[in-house]
Design a protein around this ligand. Structure first.
Ligand code: CA
Length: 235
């Protein structure tokens, strides 16, 4: 890594904060820490971090309100970490503009993967939105070919329908990130589309049947129960 990316960790539990900071530093990131919400808001304006890891349970304010304030003026990537495992909290955080959500406890590898995906996505999105719509995206034995509108699995055309391909293409564009059901529906079928997940579920079942070796234990298309879907991150 040539440029050291600056990551702000907002976490009141100092043990966890230190642990995350150590994991990030060992991978070449510059880690800075804030232990309260107000400290976080100050540091965000003064230090311009490249990414924020945000705990929701802070002593002086709810992490969601920091997210809300931040999203009023910035698209800085935010990965929310929380002990709250309720699906509603995840959906709220993602709908308020969090880039990703991790439930405590989590492993270092998992955290670093989410950080990489969130930073990479910002780059692609701000650089050229066409990047992710052209060329190919490969993870394991799956290749999404954006030019030919095909998905190849183990070298064979998976023969996806147009709707199936559009779902796969969208997940590929945001690979490594969880996309909520509502987000996927809005992106593919417009803001007026019914927020009924049934069509999405049927399509996803078909996608898995065509692509996964064992649809019950997917290697590529993961379900975040009650929240949405995530495509595995490739290189
Ligand atoms: Ca906390």
């Amino acid at each position: 890594m040539n440029i050291r990316e600056k990551v702000l960790i907002v976490e009141d539990e100092k043990g966890i904060s230190q642990f995350i900071a150590a994991a990030l530093s060992s991978r070449g990131y510059e880690a800075i820490q804030a232990h309260t919400g107000s400290e976080a808001l100050t540091i965000i304006s003064s230090h311009c971090p490249d990414l924020v890891i945000l705990d929701l349970g802070l002593p002086d304010m709810d992490g969601l309100s920091i997210l809300e304030q931040l999203r009023a003026w910035s698209s800085l990537p935010v990965v929310v970490v929380s002990a709250r495992s309720h699906e509603k909290d995840k959906v709220t955080a993602l709908d308020l503009g969090a880039d990703d959500y991790l439930t405590k406890p989590f492993g270092t590898d998992e955290l670093l993967a989410r950080v990489r995906a969130a930073i990479r996505h910002t780059r692609t999105a701000s650089g050229n939105s066409e990047i992710a719509r052209q060329g190919t995206y490969t993870v394991g034995e799956l290749t999404i070919d954006y030019n030919k509108h095909q998905a190849l699995i183990r070298g064979e055309n998976a023969r996806l329908t147009l709707n199936e391909f559009r779902i796969v293409a969208l997940l590929g564009k945001y690979a490594g990130k969880v996309l909520t059901y509502d987000f996927i529906i809005r992106e593919l079928w417009g803001p007026q589309a019914s927020s009924n997940n049934q069509i999405l579920r049927v399509n996803m079942a078909n996608i898995r049947r065509k692509i996964e070796k064992n649809p019950a234990e997917p290697e590529y298309f993961f379900t975040e129960v009650g929240v949405g879907y995530r495509l595995a991150e490739g290189s």
